[in-house]
Design a protein around this ligand. Structure first.
Ligand SMILES: NC(=O)c1ccc[n+]([C@@H]2O[C@H](COP(=O)([O-])OP(=O)(O)OC[C@H]3O[C@@H](n4cnc5c(N)ncnc54)[C@H](O)[C@@H]3O)[C@@H](O)[C@H]2O)c1
Length: 352
């Protein structure tokens, strides 16, 4: 494939970060933008030199030849729009999560398989040089058996968008997905979870109105990766001030890795081994990595005929872990995870 024809649906906040990434790639031709608020689509078409703009996804999919659709709409439109594109044999990159329930996510992956196209989802934290360095060190055995890990990510929470605090919103789906994706990438698929998910701040001012918090704003998960390996993720909208000298830590029998900064914006990796007896900081350069660069990366893989290092099954697995977390928190029970993803292939893709 020479240039990959990319269409973006959803011209809101994150599209301002995605479009510059797409536009700077020599492998990408942005052929259309779409938003039901047509003035947003038109503004992007003007600003980014895109020939076609639409206020209706069906019109766009019917009229323009597209290789990759980038879905940046609000969460409830993810599954239905992904399905429309996949059914037309179009590859899809979708902002997190690929669907809001598991049956939709399974259906999307089934359609993608039938049509022989990709269904990939954010976050793309697995592309950062810092993540890759940690993955390589773990698989090299340098820190021995990686037995335990921690991920910690939150902030004080948005003061806009009431949906963040209502059922179907919550910090877990908005933020927890980053650490869950990173830690399953580093340690492998999860077999079961136990969790607590609470609303610690019962009322907030959101969009200028006093709002009752109905979704989780303070969540803790213990994930069982099998073989005695476990990791803990804590996330929430109750982290007004958080130290970010490390937010991901992996502890092995012979050493420890700590990611500086956040996994979506990492600043470096600190390594301690029994052999060195000291902390060394490596991988401080982000290179080309950008948190909104996942769609550009898959387009470049398509153009080069290469298999991306991440998989739709991983996005589904992360979704199942989040659904299971809420169930575990509600019932007080350990919840089994049925899905998995090609972890060995993911690690091999990084190390080769
Ligand atoms: N805002 C962030 O910092 C951020 C960061 C990472 C990921 N995300 C994720 O990115 C996605 C988009 O977030 P956002 O902050 O850009 O939201 P947004 O509300 O700013 O943008 C969504 C856009 O989708 C459009 N849209 C909604 N329904 C549509 C329809 N039926 N047809 C066409 N267009 C439609 C809206 O008009 C809007 O312009 C979400 O899944 C979010 O979780 C957001």
């Amino acid at each position: 494939m020479s240039k990959v024809r990319v269409a973006v649906v959803g011209c809101g906040s994150v599209s301002h970060s995605y479009l510059p990434q797409l536009k700077k790639s020599a492998s990408v031709d942005v052929v259309a933008v779409c938003d039901n608020q047509i003035e947003r689509a038109k503004k992007h078409a003007d600003e980014f030199g895109v020939n076609a703009y639409f206020d209706d996804i069906d019109k766009m999919l019917g009229e323009v030849k597209i290789d990759l659709m980038v879905n940046l709409t609000s969460m409830n439109m993810h599954a239905p729009f992904n399905k429309k594109a996949l059914e037309k044999g179009i590859n899809v990159w979708c902002e997190k999560p690929i669907a809001t329930n598991l049956s939709d996510a399974y259906e999307l992956l089934d359609i993608a398989k039938q049509k022989g196209v990709g269904m990939w989802g954010a976050p793309c934290t697995l592309l950062s040089p810092q993540y890759k360095q940690m993955s390589k060190i773990i698989s090299s055995g340098q820190i021995g058996k990686a037995c335990t890990a921690h991920g910690l990510y939150g902030w004080e929470g948005p003061s806009w968008g009431q949906w963040f605090y209502k059922k179907g919103g919550g910090a877990l789906f908005d933020l927890g997905i980053y650490n869950i994706t990173t830690l399953t990438g580093l340690l492998g698929p999860v077999q079961s979870v136990v969790a607590m998910a609470e609303a610690a701040i019962p009322e907030r001012i959101v969009d200028g109105e006093l709002t009752k918090v109905e979704a989780d704003d303070n969540t803790a998960i213990i994930m069982d990766h099998g073989n005695g390996v476990m990791s803990v993720v804590q996330t929430g909208f109750v982290y007004k001030h958080q130290m970010d000298d490390w937010t991901i830590q992996v502890i092995g029998t012979e050493g420890t890795l700590a990611m500086e900064g956040y996994d979506w914006d990492p600043k470096g990796v600190r390594v301690f081994t029994s052999e060195s007896g000291k902390w060394d900081t490596i991988a401080q350069d982000q290179g080309d990595y950008h948190w909104a660069g996942g769609a550009t990366y898959v387009a470049e893989c398509m153009a080069a005929g290469k298999q991306p290092i991440f998989y739709g099954e991983h996005a589904l697995h992360a979704l199942e872990i989040m659904v299971a977390t809420l169930k575990a928190a509600e019932t007080g029970r350990r919840v089994k995870i049925e899905s998995t993803f090609p972890w060995a292939e993911h690690v091999a893709g990084i190390t080769k």
